[in-house]
Design a protein around this ligand. Structure first.
Ligand code: PBG
Length: 322
């Protein structure tokens, strides 16, 4: 035999020489679920190890992640029902605890990269990402609300705005309003190919943000579609996005691969709550070894083409490697 691929696998040293894909803490983004109040740390029951934190505890969490080499965070608010309304006005209210916490985090740790969430669902009494009228999720009428949220987030100090709402034209509208208000340096990580997935369950538990009626299929993408992701990616690129995101990650590795091949912008993959929960559940049952399955999972998302991985396991990965 002339060709013996096993020669390049014979020792750890040789394997290190030929390793094609690398994953470091620099590629990872740690999500933070924020609640109003003080000294709150409440575990999300469907996502063990992930907590809803008050701002004081979020500061501590960021500090411990920084010590482990995690420098980027994406933050989501869990809003009390009484503050929700049809127009999601609390999303850009000056008293909004999420905006205040972002300002506090950036003041304490100016070096971090803090990513926001733009969508109406955490603040909407309908639990939808856009404005609901007679059961329909309106597109153009939602844009001014989303852009107001984005500008308020930029004012609070977020480095990157993360529109997760899937309304058409929102990246362009947000880019325009950010620039108009002087936030030319604030980036946009667009949820480009966000699918109407069953894997967002634990996230909706964490935020109490499930739709009150209907589903999200008129704005999130059909899991059966691939070419459509190319249309979304082209639009987001033209509209001024700085990152293109694919979400979820694992069932959509082909989409990550495709966008990486076809586009120049960095690709982010969101390893969503349900995907993390599956692994945790199997590990809890003793059916999988978490410390082996978790890094293999994250590495496979990188290998598919993701430059950035948003995962609830960022801190666990960093801990394992430290
Ligand atoms: C909502 C939003 C969702 C997630 C991020 N932003 C849920 C949804 O669209 O219903 C899900 C993330 C996860 O499951 O980890 N705009």
């Amino acid at each position: 035999m002339l060709r013996r691929p096993r020669r390049n696998r014979q020792s750890a040293a040789v394997r290190a020489l030929v390793q094609e894909t690398h994953l470091t803490t620099g590629h990872l983004v740690q999500p933070i679920f924020l609640v109003d109040g003080q000294n709150i740390k409440k575990e999300v029951s469907s996502l063990p190890g992930t907590y809803r934190l008050s701002a004081d505890n979020a500061l501590k969490e960021v500090e411990s992640c920084l010590e482990l080499g995690i420098q980027s965070f994406i933050m989501f608010p869990a809003v009390e029902e009484s503050l929700k309304d049809k127009e999601a006005t609390y999303g850009y209210h000056p008293d909004n605890f999420y905006l205040k916490a972002a300002a506090a985090l950036k003041k304490e740790f100016p070096e971090i990269c803090l990513i926001s969430d733009v969508a109406m669902d955490p603040y909407s009494s309908d639990g939808h990402d856009g404005l609901v009228k007679d059961g329909e999720i309106l597109n153009d009428e939602s844009l001014p609300i989303l852009s107001k949220m984005a500008v308020a987030q930029a004012e609070a100090g977020f480095d990157i705005i993360g529109p997760s709402d899937m309304m058409d034209g929102r990246v362009e509208d947000i880019r325009y309003h950010l620039d108009e208000n002087g936030f030319t340096k604030v980036g946009i990580m667009s949820y480009t190919a966000k699918y109407a997935s069953a894997f967002y369950g634990p996230f909706r538990d964490a935020l109490d943000s499930a739709p009150k009626a209907g589903d999200k299929k008129t704005y999130q993408m059909n899991p059966a579609n691939k070419t459509e992701a190319l249309i979304e990616a082209e639009l987001d690129t033209m509209e001024g996005a700085d990152f293109l995101m694919v979400k979820p990650a694992l069932n959509y590795l082909d989409i990550i691969h495709l966008l990486k091949q076809e586009h120049e912008l960095p690709i982010a993959a969101y390893h969503v709550s349900g995907e993390c929960a599956m692994l945790l559940a199997a590990a809890e049952k003793g059916w999988l070894d978490f410390n082996q399955a978790m890094p293999e999972t994250l590495l496979s998302i990188r290998r598919a083409g993701a430059d950035v991985i948003i995962t609830y396991f960022a801190k666990a990965f960093a801990t394992l490697k430290s």
